[in-house]
Structures are given as structure tokens and as C-alpha cells.
Design a protein around this ligand. Structure first.
Ligand code: GDP
Length: 296
């Protein structure tokens, strides 16, 4: 099995830290190890290349090597570059619009989309005192709408009453109308997933977005799926105007590679991390903290 990213980087850094004077070759050798560690952690190749180039340039192109503790400086440069790649700061939800603010959740089946919808609704209700309505637009998976209704009951968040036979766009329209009439602050739309990205799914996302005019379109991806998560993110980015990413199953992700790729591939911030099955297990994503975790 692979070592975790933090183990790999940790051993590279231990070697560096212990050294006094460093040459450019030392730095390049260390960066080769960093590159391997990132690739083994399933970080996408273009992201790895850009990362290593940037960190190498910073380390050899400045006075770092002439400093008193060059090893530590190089470690810091890699750490800072890591934080930057993950996104500079924690990003808030863009819900400061004329209510109802529509938050559309998109992603593949099994990514944790429905659970995350409920987690986020609960968080908005409890932490920001928002009046939230949730609606499931998933007419493909049997019982998907009922699943959201059950989560609504568990979290004490309202869900749109189910009307059999309605299509996603019709449900979105009805949900928006209900949210407006009943004075909800936030409307969360849990869209249908698929096992794989396909054009019908994308067309459905676009049609729903056109009707609902979302303030946020959050892509939910399973961090454990590595390169697949990157490919999914790329497909969605090309077709839907995403505003952010939620990474689920971060509780089981020892390698941390998906997180590192996501920001670069989507160009959007990772806003939240799912850290367990419980409905409280959702945390704002703090790039610096995650960078620290990766570095060990
Ligand atoms: P959907 O098909 O994308 O709507 O996926 P679901 O929301 O139904 O989630 C699929 C499974 O993943 C469920 O058993 C969830 O409890 C679980 N799950 C979702 N998010 C997380 C997470 O952050 N950590 C863990 N460990 N499990 C999660």
C-alpha cells in the first residue's frame, strides 16, 4: 500500500531539516520526492507539475539557499505553496442575495450529495439562523425524494412536499415558488446523481440552473475516489458554472490528494469537508489547516 502523503513528505522534510547548507541539486532531489509523494497521493499530474515547478522556482531562485536554515526555508516554501494550491482562505457560502438564495447541489450518485444537502441545511439553520427549504430533484433513484424527507425530519428542516410524476425542472420551479411564498431564506436543491457523468445529466443540471438561478452550485465529490474525483470535477466544470466544491469522506482520506487537485481543476474553492456519516459531520474547509494535516 501507499504511504500517506504526510508520511512521504514528512520523510523528505526530515532529511532537509537536518541539513545545513543546501545546493540547488539538493533542492531538486527533494522536489523529485515531493513529486512522487503527490502522484502517489492521486494528485492530478498537471497539478503536481505546476506545484513542483512553483515550489522549485521559489526555493532556488531566492536567497533561501544562502540562509542560515535553508532546509527549513524549503519546507516552509513547500508548505506555503500547498496552502496556496488548496486555496488561500476559507470561503463562505454566497447566500447574501435577495431571498430565497438557491443552493444547487450536484455530483455523482453515491458521492454523498443528499447527506451533504441535509448537513449544510442543518448548519445554516443552527449556525446562521436561516429558514431553509430542501427539495430533491432526483426522480431517477427510487426513494431519493423520500430519503431527503427523512433527513429533513431528522434535522428539523422543511422539505418540499413530494408530488409523484413531476420532472426535475418542474420540481425546481415549484420549490422556488414555495420558497418565495413561504419566506424561506435558502432553498437547497438536491439534484439527481448518475453512476457516471453523461450528457443527459449535464443537460438536466443546466435546465434546472436556468429555472432556479442558483447563487451557489456546489459540486459534491468523494475524496476517496482519487483520480476519478478529478475527472468528475473536470467534466462538471466544463458544463456547469460551479461556485464551489464539497469534499466528502475526508474522514477516510489518508492521502489528501483529491483536495489538492480540486481547487486547481475547478478553479473554485473547496467550501466544506464531510467528515463522517453523522449530520453534524461537516466542517468549513480551511486550506492552511488541511495543508498542515497533509504535511503532518
Ligand atoms: P448521494 O447518492 O450522492 O446522494 O449519496 P448519499 O448522500 O446517499 O451518501 C452515500 C453514503 O455516504 C451514505 O451512507 C452516507 O452516510 C455516506 N456519507 C456521506 N458523506 C460522508 C462523509 O463525509 N463521511 C462518511 N464516512 N460517509 C459519508
Amino acid at each position: 500500500m501507499f504511504d500517506s502523503l504526510s508520511d512521504r513528505l514528512g520523510s523528505v522534510f526530515d532529511k532537509l531539516r537536518g541539513r545545513g547548507a543546501l545546493t540547488e541539486d539538493d533542492v531538486r532531489a527533494a522536489m523529485r520526492e515531493v513529486r512522487i509523494a503527490l502522484l502517489e497521493a492521486d494528485v492530478a499530474l498537471p497539478v503536481v507539475r505546476a506545484f513542483v515547478d512553483k515550489a522549485t522556482e521559489r526555493a532556488v531562485g531566492s536567497d533561501v539557499l544562502r540562509s542560515v536554515t535553508p532546509g527549513q526555508m524549503v519546507v516552509k516554501i513547500v508548505s506555503d505553496t500547498l496552502t496556496e494550491t488548496l486555496g488561500a482562505d476559507a470561503s463562505d457560502l454566497l447566500i447574501d442575495v435577495t431571498p430565497p438564495a438557491v443552493v444547487m447541489m450536484v455530483g455523482l450518485q453515491g458521492s454523498g450529495k443528499t447527506t451533504t444537502t441535509a448537513k449544510l441545511a442543518k448548519r445554516l439553520k443552527e449556525k446562521e439562523r436561516k429558514k431553509v427549504l430542501m427539495a430533491s430533484l432526483d426522480v431517477n433513484r427510487p426513494a431519493a425524494q423520500e430519503q431527503l424527507a427523512v433527513l429533513g425530519t431528522q434535522t428539523d428542516v422543511a422539505t418540499l412536499p413530494i408530488v409523484a410524476g413531476q420532472q426535475p425542472v418542474e420540481i425546481a420551479r415549484r420549490a422556488l415558488q414555495a420558497a418565495k411564498l413561504q419566506g424561506f431564506d435558502v432553498l437547497m436543491l438536491d439534484t439527481a446523481g448518475r453512476l457516471h457523468v453523461d450528457q443527459a445529466l449535464m443537460d438536466e443540471m443546466k435546465a434546472v440552473a436556468q429555472v432556479a438561478d442558483p447563487a451557489e452550485i456546489l459540486l459534491v465529490v468523494d475524496s476517496l475516489t482519487g483520480q476519478d474525483a478529478v475527472n468528475v470535477a473536470r467534466s462538471f466544470t466544463e458544463q456547469v458554472p460551479l461556485t464551489g466544491v464539497v469534499l466528502t469522506r475526508m474522514d477516510g482520506d489518508a492521502r489528501g490528494g483529491a483536495a489538492l487537485s480540486m481547487r486547481a481543476v475547478t478553479g473554485q474553492p473547496i467550501k466544506f469537508a464531510g467528515t463522517g456519516e453523522k449530520l453534524d459531520a461537516l466542517e468549513p474547509f480551511h486550506p492552511a489547516r488541511v495543508a498542515q494535516r497533509i504535511l503532518g
